[in-house]
Design a protein around this ligand. Sequence first.
Ligand code: DDH
Length: 292
Amino acid sequence: QSGKAATKFTPTKEDYQKVYNRIAELLDEAGDYDDGSFAPVVLRLAWHASGTYDKDTGTGGSNFATMRFEPESLHGANAGLHVARGVMEKIKQEYPWISYGDLWTLGGVAAVQEMAGPKIPWRPGRIDGFASNATPDGRLPDASQGSQHVRDIFYRMGFNDQEIVALIGAHALGRCHSDRSGYEGPWTFSPTTFTNDFYKLLFDEKWVWKKWNGPKQLQDKNTGSLMMLPTDYVLTQDKSFKKYAKAYADDQNLFFKDFAAAFAKLLELGVPPQQFVVAEPWTLNTLEEQKA
Ligand code: DDH
């Protein structure tokens, strides 16, 4: 219609629930990929898109979805995340009105919730930025390091020790890939179900250094089939971290509550508050809940 400006589409909560549902369906259409789900790698995309935040300069975070651009897409920490970006791109084609930052963080929400994790409060408002908005390499944690490094990285984002320990519990899900990070194997026996098993295993198993040519990682003495990164293991060695890790090993409800709060905070890092379209984050429903 010539001469008539297109009416701007203002999506509602129901529209975002539709996008959520489509993500949830696609997470399951993974066939032979890994453990049969894209959820872990999609969760990792949401985390790496957000975890570049620096509270002192206000740079980084989920706002601009700068991992779409080189060199950020090629940063070592992001190896393998093209798989998740590819899954998300299919959704973007179907719902072009959603920003990449909203889409990727909503992917993280769907991944956690569909894998039987806690409800993650979420709201839209991120905008697509440019390559020039990207942050330098080195903002995400290096798994070979110790507690000082973990603190430096997460304090820079504005998290405290309790939140750090809660967030790393996401390692209940997914696995390491030798062709991505160099590390190999899953942390738990159920890598597509969100549980507090990561903490339980940390304390219940005996962990020994794996004898191999790859990077230093631990394996459970019992079966040799599970792994821990050096940065995971420090949660049992550092006094302050250990206190929270033990509490989460003993109480899955506490872990779920604290993870939901810390993860919701992570997903909003770097987004100017006035950009959010609603003051109070929403809770979106799982596919299962919508069947009822
Ligand atoms: Fe992680 N993570 N992560 N991680 N992460 C890896 C995989 C996954 C670190 C290193 C690695 C978080 C924190 C840390 C997930 C979620 C989260 C891998 C393996 C490495 C290495 C990658 C590969 O080879 O494919 C380090 C170091 C830290 C740290 O904090 C010190 C946090 C906070 C989260 C989160 O989601 C809140 C998930 C999920 C995976 C599994 C991905 C997959 O493909 O499976």
